[in-house]
Design a protein. Structure first.
Length: 404
């Protein structure tokens, strides 16, 4: 009974349990001598019928970890010099799980773990053993070309498939969605909102923001925000127009065909309110069907149809986002509402020149002006010439906002 209550109370999914065990194994690999001296059992020596099959502690009775011991374990793993940032985070999450077992408090960690983490220089940690970091990444100029080149009948894609590629490319390379876990959350979502009058729209990510562990998993609502890129006011897709079997309008479009908000309007027009955002067009049925399989690869294909020289890595979306944020001097307080990362994480992985900020919020704002601020900079820049240079007033306003 206790075991069933524990599993339900922590909402321990198989993925989370596996992450905890991986962190525990890393502890033993790099801090094993210390753990042995403290009498901590090795993987496989615990109760074989606990929730982890005996591979690690699964109850308060089995876990006798103290604050000091947790801090020493984390420190030894870090000082081994052989563990990367992702592995070290798994160790931290595993220690958070131990803290729950010993205290009954979810989502927290031992004070010594917090103290040790703050003292670490994460920039000196080794990279992953098999690096998969993208090296072929769209430049801001590439994005400008893609999102200002309108569809014509000479385009190799029908307008309906052009719009699908547009949303794929915007969501990955402008909004910075990860190529697998993030795009799947958008694929699975049928919750959308479009405000043509104010020139923005969004799709709610099924299950919320990704990369959250334990009790935080699925608790942070997140939306893909799409902004109008029309020059001037937004021109909406009309309430009615005729299309041929290939998915092209019989008459020339009256709207901006590279506007993501107009793309959402067209998807809604053809599919209804609960539309599939990355749907494929089928000429035989003259309707949209299932989503495209690989959203990131289709996004890169769309960029090439827009005359952008490729190919690009399918995992380059987040780096592409960082590039245009850096290019447009967007402050962290504005672009946090796009990616949701802590500034030290974002700086360490994507935008090394990011200025320090005291902005602490991790929630995506529900205020339209706040959540669209960074993306509106991007939309304005598409129609500007030369290099963007923020005015002194903009610099001061951004600095003051980050210090709030």
């Amino acid at each position: 009974m206790l075991r069933r209550e524990f599993r339900h109370g922590l909402n321990l999914t198989s993925a989370t349990a596996s992450a905890y065990r991986t962190g525990f194994n890393t502890c033993w690999k790099y801090a094993g001598s210390y753990m042995a001296r403290k009498g901590i059992l090795k993987p496989g020596e615990f109760d074989p019928i606990n929730v982890h099959g005996g591979k690690m502690w699964g109850s308060r009775k089995e876990c006798r970890l103290t604050d000091k011991m947790a801090g020493n374990i984390l420190e030894r793993v870090y000082e081994s010099g052989k563990v990367g940032i992702d592995q070290l985070k798994q160790v931290r999450h595993s220690l958070s799980y131990a803290y729950y077992l010993t205290t009954g408090v979810q989502g927290e960690n031992y004070p010594e773990v917090y103290a040790q983490w703050k003292s670490f220089d994460l920039s000196n940690l080794p990279g992953v053993r098999r690096p998969v970091k993208p090296t072929r990444i769209p430049t801001p100029a590439n994005l400008k070309q893609a999102f200002t080149t309108k569809w014509t009948r000479a385009h190799p894609q029908s307008l309906t498939m052009f719009v699908t590629g547009l949303l794929c490319a915007y969501d990955t390379h402008v909004f910075g969605l990860r190529p697998n876990v993030d795009t799947k959350k958008v694929k699975d979502s049928r919750i959308h909102f479009v405000n043509g009058n104010e020139g923005y729209g969004w799709t709610q990510m099924e299950g919320g923001r990704s990369k959250l562990h334990g009790p935080k998993r699925g608790t942070r609502r997140w939306r893909v925000i799409r902004i109008c890129v029309c020059k001037g006011t937004h021109v909406s897709v009309p309430d009615h127009f005729n299309m041929d079997a290939q998915g092209n309008p019989v008459n020339a479009p009256t709207w901006n065909t590279v506007c993501p908000v107009a793309a959402m309007e067209l998807m809604r027009y053809v599919q209804g309110d609960e539309f599939k955002p990355y749907a494929k067009w089928f000429a035989t049925t003259q309707h949209y069907g299932q989503n495209v399989g690989d959203v990131a690869s289709y996004a890169n294909f769309w960029l090439t149809t827009q005359g952008v020289p490729g190919p690009f890595d399918r995992s380059s979306g987040r780096k592409s986002l960082a590039r245009w944020l850096d290019h447009l001097h967007v402050p962290y307080s504005e672009h946090l509402h796009i990616h949701g990362d802590l500034q030290e994480v974002w700086r360490g992985h994507y935008q090394t020149k990011l200025l320090k900020s005291t902005y602490k919020s991790r929630e995506q704002s529900l205020d339209p002006d706040t959540v669209t601020a960074a993306l509106k900079r991007f939309a304005r820049w598409l129609h500007e010439n030369g290099q963007p240079q923020p005015s002194l007033k903009e610099k001061l306003a951004a600095t003051l906002k980050d210090l709030d």
